[in-house]
Write a protein that binds this ligand. Structure first.
Ligand code: UD1
Ligand code: UDP
Length: 377
């Protein structure tokens, strides 16, 4: 009997992580897949464009939960998933990263006795003011398979008392996506539209700690204007902070180019040609590490320290940012740089092998399922 695996995706960072895993599992016999989109992100450029560009099958089900407070959004995902899991009886639910959709799915599945695989387990910022840190801790505690991208993540899970046989160091599926699509990266059109010539810096900013509070937003605008004094800055701006940053005068600098979020191929093309990146994104810290683009992370901490020890990343404060940008610009482009272990384009194959092996051992332990429409094969 084939086993039903349900993938839960919902927000922009989930899509490049899930894409190669779905593809790798398609090759495995005895597994049927179903793809759920919770609808946490819904703008074309925050969601659908990733499915088109990365060849992800159209979601079988979109829960359409949309935006809301943490409680409302998480509860809406839980409410819808409970009914879905009850109907379909999956053998395994695969969750990705650290967004609200991730923890919501883990909570529902665990209470229904459904096994959970967490892709990108074990990352820790040790900063409980970040909603993602809460989501990571809970999801990991509830998961049966903890699939990690780095050795530090393995160590964190060990310290938290997670049984070693649940933890699998598999590498980084987001980097599988980067390496697979690298030859299609295309920043030309964006550069032409913006008449960008010479050195430029790309910035992405969306963390609540940077953009939610008007005082933080005003300080961030001052820091970014000091960057724009030195080079052109292109900011594909996440919808979260747009209104507040604009109100704080973000656009009032001739070298600041604030644009809508970009598709994956355009964004990665733009980043590939940048002299530096300023960001508070998790994924962008990883991508710049592999691309060898200097990354200045505007945060007091990172759950991805491997991007500092084995990559191009550096943590900076708003007050230090302009000086750090000056240092990067005067240092010139990097010629060589290390890449973290197992960020080699094969992570999804390793994840598929772990999941397939796990399901063989646990065959029959998942609830029997009814005929669900599988993702397009
Ligand atoms: C979420 C994740 C964060 C991740 C980020 C990636 C949580 C708690 N946070 O943050 O970890 O780094 O996604 O992008 O899950 N909005 C739109 N269009 C959309 C989606 C959102 O306009 O398609 C706006 C809405 O005003 C919404 C706001 O962005 O209220 C925030 O969206 P939400 O999904 O709640 O959190 P993010 O800040 O996107
Ligand atoms: N990204 C994109 N277009 C953009 C900004 C980001 O395609 O305009 C991609 C990029 O690959 C990044 C991923 O979206 O790694 C997730 O980014 P985000 O910063 O939203 O989430 P985080 O990784 O911080 O959770």
């Amino acid at each position: 009997m084939s086993q039903l695996v349900i993938h839960i995706t919902g927000a922009r960072p989930n899509f490049p992580k899930a894409a190669p895993v779905i593809e790798a599992l398609r090759e495995r016999q005895g597994i049927r897949q179903l793809l759920v989109h919770t609808g946490q992100h819904y703008d074309d450029k925050m969601s659908d464009i990733f499915f088109r560009q990365l060849g992800i099958p159209k979601p079988d089900i979109n829960l359409g939960v949309g935006s809301g407070s943490h409680g409302r959004q998480t509860a809406a995902v839980m409410f819808a998933l409970e009914e879905l899991f009850e109907d379909l009886g999956p053998a395994l639910v695969v969750v990705y990263g650290d967004v609200n959709s991730t923890v919501a799915a883990a909570l529902v599945a665990s209470k229904m006795g459904i096994r959970i695989a967490h892709v990108e387990a074990g990352l820790r910022s040790f900063d409980m003011t970040m909603p993602e840190e809460i989501n990571r801790l809970i999801t990991d505690r509830l998961s049966d398979l903890l699939l990690t991208t780095s050795v530090d993540a393995v160590a964190h899970l060990g310290h938290e008392g997670i049984a070693p046989d649940k933890i699998h160091f598999v590498g980084n599926p987001m980097i599988d996506t980067l390496l697979k699509h690298r030859s299609s990266f295309d920043g030309e059109e964006v550069r032409a539209d913006l008449a960008l010539e010479g050195d430029y810096i790309v910035a992405t900013l969306h963390r609540p700690g940077n953009v939610d509070d008007p005082v933080d937003a005003a300080e961030l605008v001052r820091a970014m204007h000091a960057v724009a004094d030195q080079a052109q800055v292109v900011i594909p701006l996440h919808p979260r902070g747009r209104a507040r940053l604009e109100a704080a005068g973000f656009l009032d600098h001739p070298q600041m180019r604030v644009i809508a979020p970009l598709g994956y191929l355009e964004f990665m093309g733009l980043v590939s040609g940048a002299r530096a990146v300023v960001t508070d994104s998790g994924g962008v810290q990883e991508e710049t590490t592999v691309l060898g683009v200097p990354c200045l992370t505007l945060r007091p901490n990172t759950e991805r320290p491997v991007t500092i020890t084995h990559g191009t990343n550096r943590l900076v404060s708003r007050s230090d940012l302009a000086g750090q940008v000056r240092a990067v610009l005067s240092a010139g482009p990097l010629e060589t740089w290390p890449v973290p272990p197992l960020w080699d384009g094969e992570a999804a194959e390793r994840i598929a092998a772990v999941i397939a092996g796990y399901l063989v051992i646990h065959t029959g332990l998942g609830k029997p399922h009814s005929a669900a429409s599988p993702v397009e094969q």
